[in-house]
Write a protein that binds this ligand. Structure first.
Ligand code: ADP
Length: 367
């Protein structure tokens, strides 16, 4: 039977468990043996107890559990060739030559690096007699399939990443809670949300909660004096009788000179210029936690099924696929192309080409 390994890596995201469950159960139904690699790439490097054979019951009840039960880690050794050599040896010893990786762009880049140098790793292991010549012959190729697990929705070539919808919903609930107290005291709140270098969570939360102003990395506020522009908007809304002011700021928000825009600075501006009683709330890790929304369970399940199918139809000379979703259809496209496009967003921002950054992220919101 074909042996498939599945691991979760990088930041945790609600729905990762549903992805692992789908890979395990669909893999079994297709006659494969499925192994969970615990603790992300660290588990590949450590081997042994970290690589566990899964059966139908191993993943019972996982649909509704947030985070990732098989664990995740940031693993420095896997960024070195020595670490990946050890990982390759452990996989060969377990007889696993297909890996489904659910993580962010860092994790998926690592997976592709591993696959592209696999042949060299196998040669080296054979020369050092860490694996037998027969093993080297049997495990000439490594199959990699990527699933995007990230609350940030920061990957190109896919409409939405596993975990983003749940996180967005959690943020909306928090902002709703803040709204009631803000209204009571007629206060202003500056709410910092996650997203790393991506403004999706902040922008969508702003739309979903009716925020007064949103700061995101891809489209910094126009003009030299965004402070005045923001105060004008907040003041206008107050003039119309609004009893609260809510500003949502992405953790990676920047101005047009690429300097960070910090919640505390926004608070000081609102306090000093408008005389508003202003508080800062950093939502923090509650944004990652809790049970996945129905959409994330479904997304992870349908993509997990597609990932197994992608393993079964893979061949040594096709590029590693990334499972995505586009216009409500599960897709499979070249993984490294998606990663490169994602890096292009960062490049566009660093070159202050914000229109391009927005276009790459989501043409719907481009200028
Ligand atoms: P994310 O997957 O959420 O973007 P990271 O960027 O922290 O998170 O990556 C997670 C892990 O993936 C890293 O700790 C490392 O083990 C591995 N990784 C990331 N980039 C590479 C790379 N270029 N080569 C090898 N491994 C990598």
């Amino acid at each position: 039977a074909r042996k498939i390994g599945v691991l979760t890596s990088g930041g945790d995201a609600p729905g990762m468990n549903a992805a692992v469950r789908a890979v395990v159960r669909y893999g079994l139904s297709k006659g494969c043996d499925v192994y969970a690699v615990y603790e992300g790439y660290q588990g590949l490097v450590d081997g042994g107890k970290c690589i566990r054979k899964m059966d139908w019951k191993s993943v019972r009840g996982w649909l509704s559990i947030g985070g990732t039960t098989i664990g995740t880690a940031r693993c420095m050794p896997f960024k070195t060739r020595e670490g990946r050599l050890q990982a390759a040896e452990n996989l060969v010893k377990e007889g696993i030559s297909s890996l489904i990786v659910c993580g962010g762009d860092g994790s998926l880049t690592g997976a592709d690096v591993f696959r592209s140098e696999w042949g060299g790793l196998i040669d080296e292991l054979k020369q050092n007699e860490r694996i037998t010549p027969e093993e080297a012959d049997t495990y000439q190729h490594l199959t990699i399939v990527g699933l995007v697990g990230s609350i940030d929705n920061d990957m190109s070539s896919t409409d939405i990443t596993i975990g983003a919808i749940t996180s967005l919903h959690r943020i909306c609930e928090s902002v709703d809670s803040i709204n009631t107290t803000a209204l009571s005291h007629s206060r202003a709140f500056v709410i910092e949300v996650m997203g790393r270098h991506c403004g999706w969570l902040a922008l969508m939360a702003g739309i979903a909660t009716g925020a007064d102003f949103v700061f995101i990395p891809e489209r910094p506020p126009a003009g030299d004096d965004w402070e005045t522009a923001m105060c004008e908007v907040a003041h206008r809304h107050r003039e119309m009788g609004k009893r609260k002011t809510v500003i949502i700021v992405a953790e990676g928000a920047i101005d047009r000179s690429l300097n960070p825009i910090k919640a505390k600075h926004i608070k000081n501006i609102l306090t000093d210029r408008l005389g508003l009683d202003t508080r800062v709330t950093t939502l923090g890790h509650t944004q990652r936690g809790g049970s996945p929304a129905a959409f994330d369970r479904i997304l992870a399940t349908t993509q997990g099924v597609e990932a197994v199918d992608a393993v079964l139809r893979s061949s040594p000379d096709t590029p590693s696929p990334l499972i995505g979703i586009s216009s409500n259809k599960v897709t499979s496209g070249p993984l490294m192309k998606a990663v490169e496009l994602t890096h292009e967003v960062a490049k566009a921002i660093s070159e202050k080409n914000f229109a391009r950054a927005m276009e790459l992220r989501d043409p719907q919101f481009a200028e």
